[in-house]
Each structure stands twice: as structure tokens, then as C-alpha cells.
Write a protein that binds this ligand. Structure first.
Ligand code: HEM
Length: 503
């Protein structure tokens, strides 16, 4: 009889089944919300989103939008304030935008915090990368890499970089269209490959450039090892870079090319001086991960920073004029030298402020990630062990209580507004950028050569951000039409008559 009933009213069964599933889901959802509410007393405000995935989909949507991934953070900071939490890729993330908390967390005097990147970044860079290594391991690697960034190395690097910039700018003719970001990217990659492993041209350099670009693109992606995904392509590119590095290391260990003067050779030579079992020796795996780290850390960041700097300068003609005055004077003074020197850079006082202001405004690295190693309290909220803590550098850089008129490009605000812990472009504390001086020097050299050799007209001033980029990369790449400024017969600088130059 029941069988008969079911047969005649089968659609009823579907309704009842659907109702039961719906009610069960509702019950689970209510219990989940109740549990979260009980647990949320004293913890930062925010939306943990859907079970398991949290707000990952919103985060991925921001990554794939032209407003850039920071939009995800900006919107929530406006909604919840200086400290909020969210859930990404199955983990709790807290974002904090106060310089007082930045000091406590980044200086890490109590040893309560470590570094932690999201999975896509840490897998691409490798477990032995200085950027990702946990505390003790980090100290060991940093102490070994630190010596590579001496004043002596910086001095040689300035000349090397200037040589590359001159070679590149010599190929730019009056009227040529140049995409600043692409050129800066190629320059930075060339400089890093030469400085680190003496790869400077040909097939190997091309392969490096291609693979490094794929690795960079994979840093902010869903960490799925599925063929054709950005992440998987990045992992494959990483493997190819590792193979190139392994080949170079083996050649050096085998005795060939040991006369090279580069970072890799310094690491290997220093290693040989240590006893075989000494703990401070770096393994080949550590060397490879960190050469890759330095290529990545020193390429995208610098190319993007240079591009924003040129954009800001162009949009602020008074700054440009002031800068020109200073740079032309320095050029006159350095006339006898083929390349710029560290001394010449130290005289670029106004340009140094321009570099710093560009880094503040652009906030290329938008937040600095850490991991809470124990339960603690931040900004009056409870933070649990294992949570990811992100210091929102961009918001601190644009905080009107710290920087007056924060959205105005005003290099002269420095040094007056140099308040402690409020300039985080390179981080602060024990994990501060190792390449800070190098990066500033590169920006000064690039600025000097561009300003003293060219005027330019911007072709696309759109500020949209490139999708899927880890840093605030301009989508347009900032294309400009160049007009050269040449020396006349009497060796004086004159602006070339631009008639005849197609602009
Ligand atoms: C404008 C360019 C650059 C910017 C904005 C920048 C910014 C940063 C930031 C924000 C950090 C992380 C700080 C933290 O988490 O507390 C960092 C780390 C690092 N940067 Fe840079 N960087 C730049 C260029 C370079 C260059 C040229 C190199 C050298 C090749 C370099 C090498 C590194 C390394 C090795 C680390 C890891 C330091 C550690 O964890 O001990 N960076 N950088």
C-alpha cells in the first residue's frame, strides 16, 4: 500500500527529501553561527564567510579585478576598522593597520611572531627561502646572505646597474614608444642575473626572464597542482630555474668559472672556508632557493616601484622641475666619470626624497605577513596561536594622522614626517628587506638617466592594477613617447627642438 502511495505521489517524496536536507543544513548553519558567536567574544570583528572556504572567493575575485587585491583589504578596513579578521584558504587572517602594533609585531621583541606566507607564495619560493624560513633557520640564512650586501658590493653594483641602464637607454631614440614597466622589469632581471650568477645575455638570460615571469605570476594563485593552472605553470618554471642553478653550481664546484665575481661564487667560496659539518654551511638547496628568492624579491618590486615613481613625478611637474635642477647639476659634476658612483648617489638629496615618497605612495608590498606563535592580545583583541597576522603597510602609509595629505605626492614631507615605524616599504626589524640600499640605488640611477636624457609624453595614464599581480603593478605598464634631450656642440645641455619628433 505504501509502495503504491509512493509510486503515485513520487513528486511528494522529492519535496519531503528536499525539505529534510534543507532543514538539516539550516540546523548545521545555525549551530555553526552560534558556535562562532560564542567564540567571538573579544576577537577582532570581521566576516569568516562560508564554512571551510571563508572569504577565499571574495579574495580571489579581488585578485582578478583591476582594482587589485588590496581592494579586498580596503573595503573590510573601512567596514570593521584598524583590526579585522577574515578566513582565507581555510586559515584565519587578521589585518592590522596601526603603526604601534606594526612595531610590536614586526620588531618581534617578545619572539611571539614568525613569518608566514600563503601557500602559493611559500611553495613557489621554496621552504629554504629567506622570505619564508622560520626564526632559527631564518637567522642562519640571513647571516650568510647579509655579507653579500656590503657597501663594497653596493658600490660595484651601482656601476653595473648604471652600465645596463645606459646600454638600454642608448637604444631609445627620439620619438620611440617605451613601456616603462617592461623596460624596468628587463633591466632589473638582467641586473639580478648578472649580480647573482653572472648570467648576462643570450639563451640562458632569456630562459631566466621567461621563467621568472611565470614564477611571479603564480605567486598569487589557487595552489592547485593541476596542469595548465597558473600555479602549476609557476611550479614548472621554478623547477627549470632550479635546474639552471644546479648546473651552474655543479660547474663551479667542478672548478670551472670559479673566477666569477658574483653572489653565488661568494657563497660557495665562503662555504669552502667552513668545516664540512659546520652548521652555518648552506646546502645547495638553500643556496638555490635563496638565489631564486633574490631574483624574485629584487625584480618585480623594483620594476613596479620605478614605474610608479615616474608616474608620480610626471603628474607633479613642480617636483619634476626641482628634480631636473638637481640631476643636471650632478651630471655636470660627474662629467669625468663614465658611470655613477655611490658618492654621486649620496648627493641626490631631493631625488632620495622622491624615491621614498614614491615608495610610500605606491606601497608596492601592501602588507607584511606574520604568524602568531602563541595566544596574545593586539589592539585590545584576542589573537589565537596559529593565526596569520598581516600588517597593512598601505593603510599606514596613507593614514592622515601620520602623513599630512597622504594622497598628495610631496617628497618634501621627508625628513619631517619620518616618524618611527610609519614607513614600511621595506619592512622593519629582523626581517627587513636585505636589498633596501640596492633598491634605492637602482631607483636613483634610473631616475637620473631618464631625467637627464629624456623628456616624455604619457600615452596611457590609467591607474588600473594588473590582474593576478602580487604587487601593485600598473596594468598599462605606463607607456610613454620619448623625446631626447641632447648635448649641443658646446657641451652644454639643451632641450632638443621637438619639432620633427613624432609625439
Ligand atoms: C623597491 C624595491 C623593493 C621593495 C619595495 C622591497 C620590499 C621588501 C619587503 C616589504 C620585504 C619583507 C619585509 C617583511 O616582511 O618584514 C622584503 C624582504 C626581502 N627583500 Fe626586498 N624589496 C625591494 C627590493 C629588493 C631587492 C633589490 C632585493 C635584493 C636582491 C631584495 C631582497 C629581499 C630579501 C632577500 C628579503 C627577505 C629578508 C628577510 O626575510 O630577512 N629586495 N623586501
Amino acid at each position: 500500500m505504501i509502495f503504491q502511495l509512493v509510486k503515485e505521489h513520487s513528486y511528494m517524496c522529492y519535496y519531503v527529501g528536499f525539505l529534510l536536507v534543507f532543514l538539516s543544513c539550516l540546523k548545521v548553519w545555525t549551530l555553526w553561527c552560534k558556535k562562532n558567536k560564542c567564540n567571538s567574544v573579544g576577537i577582532p570583528p570581521g566576516n569568516r564567510g562560508l564554512p571551510f572556504i571563508g572569504e577565499t572567493l571574495h579574495f580571489m575575485a579581488a585578485i582578478n579585478s583591476t582594482k587589485g587585491v588590496y581592494e579586498f583589504v580596503r573595503v573590510r578596513r573601512l567596514r570593521y576598522g584598524n583590526c579585522f579578521k577574515t578566513k582565507l584558504f581555510g586559515e584565519t587572517h587578521v589585518f592590522i593597520s596601526s603603526k604601534e602594533s606594526a612595531k610590536v609585531i614586526l620588531r618581534n621583541e617578545g619572539g611571539k611572531f614568525s613569518k608566514k606566507y600563503i601557500k602559493s607564495i611559500s611553495e613557489i619560493l621554496g621552504p629554504d627561502s629567506l622570505l619564508c624560513a622560520a626564526e632559527q633557520h631564518h637567522k642562519l640564512i640571513r647571516s650568510r646572505l647579509f655579507s653579500l650586501f656590503s657597501v663594497h658590493s653596493l658600490s660595484s653594483f651601482v656601476q653595473l646597474f648604471d652600465q645596463l641602464v645606459i646600454e638600454t637607454t642608448n637604444t631609445w631614440t627620439c620619438g620611440s614608444l617605451v613601456i616603462i614597466q617592461d623596460e624596468a622589469f628587463k633591466l632589473a632581471c638582467k641586473a639580478m642575473c648578472k649580480m647573482l650568477i653572472s648570467i648576462e645575455s643570450g639563451h640562458e638570460l632569456e630562459a631566466m626572464q621567461k621563467n621568472v615571469a611565470l614564477v611571479s605570476e603564480a605567486m598569487l594563485s589557487l595552489p592547485l597542482r593541476i596542469p595548465w593552472t597558473r600555479f602549476n605553470k609557476g611550479l614548472q618554471a621554478r623547477k627549470r630555474i632550479m635546474d639552471i642553478l644546479e648546473k651552474v653550481i655543479n660547474e663551479r664546484r667542478g672548478g670551472s668559472a670559479t673566477s666569477r665575481v658574483d653572489f653565488l661564487q661568494q657563497l660557495l667560496t665562503n662555504d669552502n672556508k667552513l668545516e664540512k659539518d659546520e652548521v652555518t654551511r648552506l646546502t645547495d638547496k638553500e643556496i638555490k632557493d635563496n638565489i631564486l628568492t633574490m631574483i624574485i624579491a629584487g625584480q618585480d618590486t623594483i620594476a613596479i616601484a620605478m614605474t610608479w615613481m615616474i608616474k608620480f613625478v610626471d603628474e607633479n611637474q613642480e617636483v619634476l622641475n626641482e628634480l631636473k635642477k638637481e640631476q643636471v647639476q650632478i651630471e655636470e659634476k660627474c662629467r669625468g666619470n663614465v658611470y655613477l658612483t655611490l658618492e654621486a648617489l649620496s648627493e641626490m638629496q631631493y631625488a632620495s626624497k622622491v624615491v621614498k615618497e614614491a615608495l610610500r605612495m605606491a606601497s608596492v608590498v601592501q602588507w607584511l605577513p606574520r604568524l602568531a606563535l602563541e595566544d596574545c592580545e593586539i589592539e585590545g583583541f584576542k589573537i589565537k596561536k596559529g593565526w596569520n597576522i598581516n600588517i597593512d603597510a598601505r593603510s599606514i602609509h596613507h593614514d592622515p594622522t601620520i602623513h599630512r595629505d597622504p594622497d598628495v605626492f610631496n617628497p618634501s614631507r621627508f625628513p619631517n614626517e619620518s616618524k618611527p615605524n610609519s614607513f614600511l616599504a621595506f619592512g622593519i626589524g629582523g626581517r627587513m628587506c636585505l636589498g633596501k640600499n640596492m633598491a634605492e640605488a637602482m631607483m636613483l640611477v634610473f631616475l637620473h638617466r631618464l631625467i637627464t636624457n629624456f623628456k616624455w609624453k604619457v600615452i596611457d595614464s590609467d591607474s588600473s592594477i594588473q590582474k593576478s599581480a602580487l604587487f601593485t603593478k600598473l596594468k598599462s605598464g605606463y607607456p610613454v613617447r620619448l623625446i631626447s634631450v641632447k648635448e649641443d656642440d658646446t657641451n652644454k645641455k639643451t632641450m632638443i627642438n621637438v619639432t620633427g619628433c613624432v609625439i
